[in-house]
Write a protein that binds this ligand. Structure first.
Ligand SMILES: Cc1cc2nc3c(=O)[nH]c(=O)nc-3n(C[C@H](O)[C@H](O)[C@H](O)COP(=O)(O)OP(=O)(O)OC[C@H]3O[C@@H](n4cnc5c(N)ncnc54)[C@H](O)[C@@H]3O)c2cc1C
Ligand code: SF4
Length: 560
């Protein structure tokens, strides 16, 4: 970690207001202020948004502070252990939130350097060009973004380079135009998935290679060459990578950024609120709790919030003051609203042939992404998931399977897993102002969610089920409830987006098109909160591309 930035008396810094060293009172207890430092840029949160931004800004020479509430994820055998990761939730937060009815749940959030990308499946899609425009769905309107695909295209290209995306241009008919090919060749399908691809092609569909961010150098059969960081195992989806072969935000952005002397990371620093000057136009202090319970204050010319869509909205709401009585930058009353997270379902089908695939996430099918069959509205997309193992199947086996297992040898569920082929069906949900995160008077976090636009996913699943016998599977698919918590359950927050949206009109959006708050001159948000709509593909490449875009704007502004 760089020691740069520790000398807060550095006279070369200009602009921002320095926080004074003082003592603050919290919950009737006096806390010692242990830091009072000024930076050019402070980034709160080191996931896809914040980590990427730190990487983008690192060469600028600006003094950059990255604040992360978590620590480095421990590297240990449990990283790849199904029981520890999926059944025990060893690495997931234990905090409790409540839903609209007041029922408690634990959101699926992981607080570590690299954020949720430590656990993500690294499927790194671009949004389709149509996703940036208005789309009429069965359940309502997906609104247009203030910028189009062409504005994001160069940043998508850079994002794919930084996150080592393997893919094949020109296969997926819904792909937008590209200024360059994928930086890495597509991952070679293993034999069972190649057969699936061939079967889908015979049916007249257009299966494509799933764009995926791993550091795999493969031979012609797709096996890792001896220098490859990724060893092509069956743990890619939902597990952290023990050998740092996955392109997560820590590995490809935070670690390289910290090699620069002007970038500093502080871990175990939970930011509690942001303070402003009396006009409310400048954030003057970042107030945080350290691991030992003490309080620290930091300041910066530009303050960038990137805590994940839900926690970013919460931080702004917790930062209400006289100038911002409803929460920081919340003149529009949009902070916390329009929460989206995709309508999706994880399914396991049973292959007639065994499925010994290790790395299953190599295929996607976007046939009905823009329009369903014999329907006027979009359905969504299908992609492969990481491979189920016997332990996952045993823990959430449907009734008929557990019943069968009582009669059959104990290994029967392993056999089921050996024939299992895992799919992910994802459809767009729509921004609804009432779907929102709020803070109660007693500081309890409430997440209110009414599902939207669910018919497309139902039809997509029906179509999927109807195809199974033609693609070498037994009839009937089964929900993999363990993946991303229960399907559609409120705790499934993995694809959270939309709570601090960007737009041109300050009356209906929180951020301008540079992702700077309309109401505050030095406050930016670069995580998934800025999305006005979510599309139906995985969100993270768009978060990364946007962080690169905003990073270039911030660098230009501060170095001008
Ligand atoms: C199991 C799983 C699989 C997934 N698979 C995919 C996939 O295949 N493809 C895809 O596109 N997406 C996937 N996702 C989603 C992806 O992980 C997220 O979209 C992405 O990580 C969001 O980036 P972010 O920067 O918005 O937030 P995060 O990555 O969540 O980063 C936020 C960071 O802020 C920190 N933080 C929060 N609050 C504070 C605070 N108050 N003070 C300081 N720090 C704070 C957190 O600890 C965290 O490090 C998956 C997610 C999960 C959980
Ligand atoms: S497949 Fe590669 S990136 Fe994924 S967990 Fe295994 S080694 Fe890591």
């Amino acid at each position: 970690m760089s020691a740069a930035g520790r000398d807060h008396e550095d006279a070369s810094l200009s602009g921002g207001v320095r926080a004074s060293v003082d003592r603050v009172r919290l919950d009737e207890r006096e806390e010692r202020v242990v830091a009072d430092e000024h930076y050019d840029v402070a980034i709160i949160g080191s996931g896809a948004g914040g980590g990427t931004l730190a990487w983008k800004l690192a060469p600028s020479g600006l003094r950059i502070l990255l604040l992360e509430r978590g620590d480095y994820l421990p590297r240990e055998r449990d990283n790849w252990d199904t029981e520890a990761v999926f059944l025990r939730g060893k690495y997931t937060t234990t905090e409790k939130w409540v839903d609209a009815r007041g029922d408690e749940f634990t959101p699926e959030q992981n607080y570590y350097v690299g954020g949720n990308t430590k656990f993500y499946g690294a499927a790194l899609f671009r949004l389709r060009p149509q996703d940036f425009g208005e789309i009429t769905h069965h359940g309502g309107i997906s609104p247009a973004w203030p910028l189009g695909y062409a504005d994001f295209e160069p940043w998508y290209a850079e994002a794919e380079r930084v996150y080592c995306v393997h893919g094949a241009a020109g296969e997926d008919p819904t792909d937008g135009p590209r200024s360059s090919g994928y930086p890495y060749p597509p991952l070679v399908h293993e034999p069972r998935i190649q057969r699936l691809s061939d079967d889908l092609t015979k049916l007249g569909f257009n299966p494509s290679h799933l764009p995926i961010g791993v550091m795999l150098d493969q031979d012609d059969e797709g096996n890792p060459v001896h220098t490859s960081r990724c060893v092509r195992c069956d743990r890619v989806d939902g597990f952290p990578c023990l050998v740092d072969g996955k392109a997560d935000a820590q590995t490809v952005c935070v670690d390289p950024a910290l090699e620069q002397p002007n970038v500093e990371l502080k871990t175990n620093v939970r930011v509690d609120r942001l303070e402003t000057d009396p006009s409310g136009r400048q954030v003057t202090a970042i107030v945080a709790t350290l691991g030992d319970g003490s309080t620290a204050r930091f300041s910066a010319d530009a303050v960038v919030v990137s805590c994940g869509a839900l926690n970013s909205a919460l931080l702004l709401l917790r930062s209400a003051n006289d100038a911002h009585p409803n929460g920081l930058a919340n003149r529009s009353d949009q902070v916390g609203r329009n929460y989206m997270r995709h309508n999706n379902v994880a399914l396991m089908a049973l292959s007639r042939e065994p499925n010994p695939t290790r790395f299953q996430k190599t295929l996607a099918l976007n046939e009905w992404y823009l329009k369903g069959e014999d329907w006027d509205y979009p359905w969504g997309g299908i992609q492969m998931l990481g491979k189920s193992d016997g332990e996952m199947v045993r823990s959430k086996a449907p009734h008929w399977l557990t019943w069968g297992a009582k009669l059959a040898p104990a290994s029967s569920l392993d056999l089921v897993a050996h024939h299992g082929v895992d799919f992910w069906l994802s459809s767009e949900d729509l921004p609804r102002p009432e779907n929102r995160v709020t803070i109660e008077k007693d500081q309890t976090v409430r997440l209110s969610l009414e599902p939207t636009n669910t018919e497309g996913l139902k039809r997509l699943r029906h179509k999927f089920d109807s195809m199974l016998s033609d693609i070498g599977m037994h009839e009937g698919s089964h929900e993999r409830k363990l993946y991303l918590h229960e399907a559609m359950d409120i705790s499934a927050t993995a694809h959270q987006a939309g709570t601090v949206r960007f737009g041109r009109d300050p009356a209906t959006s929180v951020l301008d098109t540079d992702c700077k708050a309309h109401d505050v001159d030095n406050l930016y948000v670069v995580d998934s909160a800025f999305f006005p709509s979510i599309g139906a593909v995985n969100p993270t490449l768009t978060i990364i591309a946007n962080a690169l875009r905003v990073g270039s704007t911030i660098a230009e502004r501060l170095t001008a």
